[in-house]
Every structure is written in C-alpha cells, then in structure tokens.
Design a protein around this ligand. Structure first.
Ligand SMILES: Nc1ncnc2c1ncn2[C@@H]1O[C@H](COP(=O)(O)OP(=O)(O)O)[C@@H](O)[C@H]1O
Ligand SMILES: [Mg+2]
Length: 344
C-alpha cells in the first residue's frame, strides 16, 4: 500500500482511496486542496463533484477510467484540474487519484475559440458588405452606371480588407511557428528603416505627415535578424504613427545605441517611433499587442487596419530576443520603442 511518505514529495495533489471508499493517504498538495482532516473520510464526502465521484466509483469496481475534470472553487478564481484515476496494483483494490492543474490547457482552449470567433467576425463584416453590394448591383443599381462605379470601389476596398486580414493571419501564424528559431544573420538597420519608410511615402503624403529619421550614428548599424520581419515591424509601427498620429504632423524615427535595457544584454540598439497624436489612455496600453485589440474599432477599420499589426510586431520582436516598449500620454503623442541585440 502507498504511504504518505511515498506521495508527499510529489508536486501534484494525490489521494489514495481504499476499496471501501475511505481515503487512506493524502499528500501535502492534496491537503492544501481538500483540507487537513481528510484521511479516514469517504471520498464522496470530500470530492463531492458528481462526475468525479461516479468515475472513482467505477474505477473501484475495476473499470479503466479516462481523466475527469475537477474544479476547485478558489477565492479569486476557479482552478481546473484533470483528475487521473488509476487502480493500485495490489490486493487492496484501491485507487490513486492525482490532480493535475489544467488551467493553462483550459485557457489555451478558450483563447483558441475566442480567436476563431474573432476571425469569423472580422471576415464576416466585409463579406456581408460584398454580398449586399452584389445584390444591389443585380437589382436597383443595374442600370445606374454612377452607382455601379461607386459600389465597385467599395467592393474593392472590402475585398482588400479581407486580403489584408488573411495576409496578417498568415504572417502571425508563420511568426509564431518560427518563434523559437532565433535569426542570426546581420542586417543593416538603416537600410531596413529606409525600406519601411519609403513603402509608406504615399500614405504619409496623403495625411500630410513628415517622417524623419534621426540617428546618432552615421555609420552602418547591424542587428541580428530576419530582414523581411524587421521591415514588417517598422512598417507597422511607422504606419500606425502616420494613421493614428497627428494629421500633417511629424513622425520621428530615432535610432539610439548603448541604452541599458532591462532583461537584455548589451550592446543594444533601440529604434523609437514617435508621433504627435492624441496618445493612448494607460488602461489600453497593456492590451495593444493582443490580437484584434483596438482602441477605436471604427477608426482602425476606417484606416484599413486589421488589429493584428502589433500582435505580429510583438511576436517578431520576441523571436529576435528584443523588447517592445510602449509609452504614451493622452494629448502628447505616443512612442513605440523596439530594442534589438546588436550584431556582434
Ligand atoms: N501610434 C499610435 N497612436 C495611437 N494609437 C495607436 C498607435 N499605434 C497603435 N494604436 C492603437 O493600437 C491598435 C492596434 O494597432 P495594430 O495592431 O497595428 O492594429 P491596426 O493598425 O490594424 O488597427 C490600433 O487600432 C490603435 O487603436
Ligand atoms: Mg497597424
């Protein structure tokens, strides 16, 4: 028979139940979960959740049982456990039940289903618009060339939105897949920034925004990285600064070297993208890198945003073992800083 000494050091909660249903052994972790005075009591009175009780009953009757969910009601929040029930291979006829914390699994499952719901919702909006316009073009607008052109323009925009959404989703999944593979090739950071800047020239001009690149270092600056992904990071940050910053304002890209960054070993290069927009309220800042999180849904959609840009930025920066810092003050503008390890 298992004794408390055998199971006490285990890092998970374990109880042993005899054939007559009495709890005979309980380890330290299980005591935290079920209380001190548990040995000698009937398991049904301690565990109390019908599914768990039923499975244990059947296991005591020598049936093999799959794990069952046990929910411990906590003060702050519930903790979900997978209860594994295994027969003890001796003449006692008892079973051992171990409780493995399944909160992470549960949360990951919840995140996955939230994500699918979000993607479906984001795709449905332009799809509904497209279906509506097709119907209108077939019906009332059939003989109205002016309306037809207008509707076709909107349809093009909606199709573009779907396209961007699908590309961003693909980028996100690709970046997540590669996250553990750290890129090591040297990349010229100024070249990366020039590339990002010039691809946004038209957008900047349309909003009357000037994009200035300020670097304290005239020579080349090399970081270890993946060129396309770095361009993607800075394109998104500069594009956000143009879109959400001040109309006809200035966006400054500031490159600095040698700053001490918590959690990073020197030498480090930091690129700050600053705008003169309205800024972001503090309670939003921590959530900006969540997928589909937007401060102003309507504005983001109007600007053609998918809400995935900063989530992609976060993953790419993480893959590069870098840091992303967001600073903003209402009414004073925002500053998104990416720090990357310098190539040595
Ligand atoms: N420079 C900025 N100034 C103010 N708000 C910003 C800035 N950059 C990002 N945001 C906010 O963060 C949200 C998420 O950004 P992002 O993930 O790039 O999505 P998108 O640009 O597609 O809307 C934006 O919708 C916007 O509300
Ligand atoms: Mg964006």
């Amino acid at each position: 028979m298992l004794s408390a000494c055998d199971v006490d050091p285990l890092p998970i909660a374990v109880i042993v139940i005899a054939a007559d249903g009495q709890i005979t052994t309980i380890n330290e972790r299980a005591r935290e979960l079920f209380g001190e005075r548990t040995v000698g009591r009937l398991y049904a009175a301690v565990l109390r959740q019908p599914d768990v009780v039923e499975r244990i009953e059947r296991a005591l009757a020598h049936e093999r049982m799959a794990p069952v969910r046990y929910i411990a009601v906590g003060a702050g929040r519930d903790v979900v456990y997978d209860a594994h029930i295994v027969p003890i291979e001796d003449e006692s006829g008892g079973v051992m039940v171990s409780f493995v914390d399944a909160t992470h699994k549960e949360e990951a499952g919840q995140m996955r289903s939230d994500f699918v719901a979000n993607v479906s919702h984001e795709l449905r909006t332009p799809l509904t618009a497209l279906s509506g316009f097709i119907e209108t073009l077939r019906g009332p607008a059939r003989d109205d060339p002016e309306a037809r052109d207008r509707f076709l323009d909107i349809m093009e925009q909606e199709a573009g939105r779907m396209n961007r959404l699908v590309s961003d989703l693909l980028s996100l999944s690709r970046v997540e897949d590669m996250e553990r593979m750290r890129p090591t090739a040297p990349q010229d950071l100024r070249d990366v920034l020039h590339c990002a800047q010039s691809s946004l020239q038209r957008q900047a001009r349309a909003r009357g925004v000037t994009v200035d690149l300020v670097s304290e270092n005239d020579g080349g600056i090399a970081v270890s990285g993946d060129r396309d992904q770095l361009i993607q990071v800075f394109t998104n940050l500069i594009e956000n600064a143009i879109k959400y910053g001040k109309k006809a304002g200035i966006v400054t890209i500031r490159v600095t070297r040698g700053q001490a960054v918590p959690g990073m070993r020197a030498p480090v290069i930091c690129v700050a993208v600053e705008d003169q927009g309205d800024g972001i309220a503090p309670h939003h800042i921590g959530r900006l890198t969540e997928r589909f999180y937007r401060v102003d849904n309507h504005r983001s959609r109007e600007m053609g945003g998918t809400g995935l840009g900063l989530a992609i930025v976060k993953h790419i920066v993480k893959r590069h073992r870098g840091r992303l810092r967001i600073q903003s003050e209402k009414g004073k503008g925002s500053c998104f800083t990416v720090c990357l390890p310098e190539h040595s």
